[in-house]
Design a binder for this molecule. Structure first.
Ligand code: HEM
Ligand SMILES: *[C@@H]1O[C@H](CO)[C@@H](O)[C@H](O)[C@H]1NC(C)=O
Ligand SMILES: *[C@@H]1O[C@H](CO)[C@@H](O)[C@H](O)[C@H]1NC(C)=O
Ligand SMILES: *[C@@H]1O[C@H](CO)[C@@H](O)[C@H](O)[C@H]1NC(C)=O
Ligand SMILES: *[C@@H]1O[C@H](CO)[C@@H](O)[C@H](O)[C@H]1NC(C)=O
Length: 339
C-alpha cells in the first residue's frame, strides 16, 4: 500500500533516476573495496594537499608526526567491525558520546586541529569528496615519512562512521601496564600476530608519554637500567606533575628509527608494556625479534610498513555504507533531499 502511494506521487523520470541510484548503490555496496586511485578523478590534488599539510605541521612541531600516527591507530582499533572509520574524531555533545574521553585518549590524543585544517582545505577544493578516515590514514603515513620512517601504500575509499564507542575505546586500546601476554591478546583481537605487535610497538620510537603512566615503572620495577631510572625520576616526581612529558625513545625521540629496540635491550624502555618485549634473562618470547630489529633498522622499517598497511585495512566502511562527513568532529545532519 505504502509503495503504491509513493508510486503515484513521483513522476516517471524521477522514478527511473531513483532506480538507477539504487542500482548503483547496490553495486557499490556489494563490490566496493579500497582502491589505490580512488581520488584520481574525484579529487586529483587530495593526496598532495594532505602531504603538504602534514609536512608543514611536522616542520612546525616534530612531535605532531607522532601524534598523527597515534590518531590513526586509535581510530582503527576501536569499533572493530567498522575499522578505520574516523570514530576517534567525533566530539562529545550532550546527545552524543564519542571516544575522546576514554582512558587512553583523554588528555592525551592530539592533532585534531591539523586534521580539521586538512579537511577544510579539502572541502574547499573538492566538496564532499574525501572522508575523514582516509585523511587519517594518509596523514599517519605521511607523518612517519616526514620523520624519516618508511612509506607504505594507502588504499583509499574508506567512509566515515556515524557512531563511536567509548566502551570499546576503553577495552580495545592496549594499556601501558599490560604484561606481554596481555599485549599479545589485545593485538590478536584485531588479528595481529605477536610478531606484528612487536613491530607496531616500534611506533614508540617517536612521541612522548606522561609521567603518571610510567611512574610505577621508574620507582618500582627492577628490570630497568638504574641510571636511566634515576634520570627519569628527575623528570617525574614520586608525587605530582602527572602530566610532565618525557620521550618514549630517549635517544632520538623525533626520528623514526630503530633506537627504540636498542633501548629495550638496555632496559631503557620507559613504559612497562614496552619493556615487556625484552628481558635480560631471555625468557620473553619476543626477545629475538627485538634483538633482530636493534641490529637491522631496514628490517624493522619494512615490517613496520607492512603492519601499518594491514592496520589501515581493518574492515573499512566502503561503497554506500557510512558517510563522508562534512566536518570530521560531527556526524552529518540528517538530509531531507526528497525533491
Ligand atoms: C603495544 C601496545 C601499546 C601501548 C600499551 C601503548 C601505549 C601508549 C601510551 C601509554 C602512550 C602515551 C600516552 C600519554 O602519555 O598520554 C603512547 C604514545 C604513543 N603511541 Fe602507543 N601504545 C601501544 C601501541 C602503539 C601503536 C601500535 C602505535 C602506532 C602504530 C602507537 C603509537 C604511539 C605514538 C606515536 C605515541 C606518542 C604520541 C604523541 O607523542 O603524541 N602506540 N602509547
Ligand atoms: C545533538 O545536539 C546538538 C546540539 O548539542 C544538535 O545540534 C543536534 O541537532 C543534536 N542531534 C541530534 C541527532 O539530536
Ligand atoms: C579477524 O578475522 C576473523 C576471521 O577471518 C574475522 O571474522 C574478523 O572480522 C577479523 N577481525 C578484524 C578486526 O578484522
Ligand atoms: C610502588 O610499590 C609500593 C608497594 O607495592 C606501592 O605502595 C607504591 O605506591 C608504588 N609506587 C608507585 C609509584 O607505583
Ligand atoms: C626474567 O625477567 C623478568 C623481568 O625482569 C622477570 O619478571 C622474570 O621473573 C624473570 N624470569 C626468570 C626465569 O628469571
Amino acid at each position: 500500500m505504502a509503495a503504491s502511494a509513493l508510486y503515484v506521487s513521483i513522476p516517471a523520470f524521477k522514478l527511473i533516476k531513483l532506480c538507477l541510484i539504487v542500482i548503483a548503490c547496490l553495486i557499490g555496496t556489494s563490490s566496493a573495496q579500497l582502491q589505490p586511485d580512488f581520488y584520481d578523478e574525484r579529487c586529483p590534488k587530495a593526496l598532495e594537499i594532505i602531504k603538504k599539510a602534514v609536512e608543514d605541521a611536522v616542520h612546525q612541531e616534530r612531535r605532531m608526526g607522532a601524534s598523527l600516527l597515534r590518531l590513526h591507530f586509535h581510530d582503527c582499533f576501536v569499533q572493530a567491525s567498522l575499522g578505520c572509520d574516523a570514530s576517534v574524531l567525533l566530539d562529545d555533545t550532550p546527545n552524543f558520546t564519542g571516544e575522546k574521553n576514554s582512558f587512553p585518549n583523554a588528555n592525551s590524543l592530539r592533532g585534531f586541529e591539523i586534521i580539521d585544517g586538512i579537511k577544510s582545505e579539502l572541502e574547499s577544493t573538492c566538496e564532499g569528496a574525501i572522508s575523514c578516515a582516509d585523511i587519517l590514514a594518509v596523514a599517519a603515513r605521511d607523518a612517519v615519512v616526514a620523520l624519516g620512517g618508511p612509506r607504505w601504500k594507502v588504499l583509499l575509499g574508506r567512509r566515515d562512521s556515524t557512531t563511536a564507542s567509548l566502551a570499546e575505546s576503553n577495552s580495545d586500546l592496549p594499556a601501558p601496564f599490560l604484561d606481554l601476554s596481555g599485549l599479545i591478546t589485545a593485538f590478536a583481537k584485531k588479528n595481529f600476530t605477536a610478531e606484528e605487535m612487536v613491530t607496531l610497538s616500534g611506533a614508540h620510537t617517536i612521541g612522548e608519554v606522561r609521567c603518571s603512566l610510567f611512574r610505577a615503572r621508574i620507582y618500582n620495577e627492577s628490570n630497568i637500567d638504574p641510571e636511566f631510572a634515576e634520570k627519569m625520576q628527575a623528570r617525574c616526581p614520586f608525587e605530582g606533575d602527572d602530566d610532565n612529558l618525557s620521550p618514549l625513545d630517549s635517544r632520538t625521540p623525533l626520528r623514526f628509527d630503530n633506537e627504540y629496540f636498542r633501548n629495550l635491550m638496555q632496559q631503557k624502555g620507559l613504559i612497562h608494556s614496552d619493556q615487556q618485549l625484552f628481558d635480560n634473562n631471555g625468557s620473553a618470547s619476543t626477545n629475538s625479534q627485538v634483538f633482530k630489529y636493534s641490529k637491522d633498522s631496514g628490517n624493522f622499517k619494512k615490517d613496520f610498513a607492512d603492519a601499518m598497511f594491514k592496520m589501515s585495512m581493518l574492515t573499512p566502511l566502503t561503497g554506500s555504507d557510512g558517510e563522508i562527513r562534512k566536518n570530521c568532529r560531527v556526524v552529518n545532519p540528517p538530509t531531507t533531499t526528497v525533491s
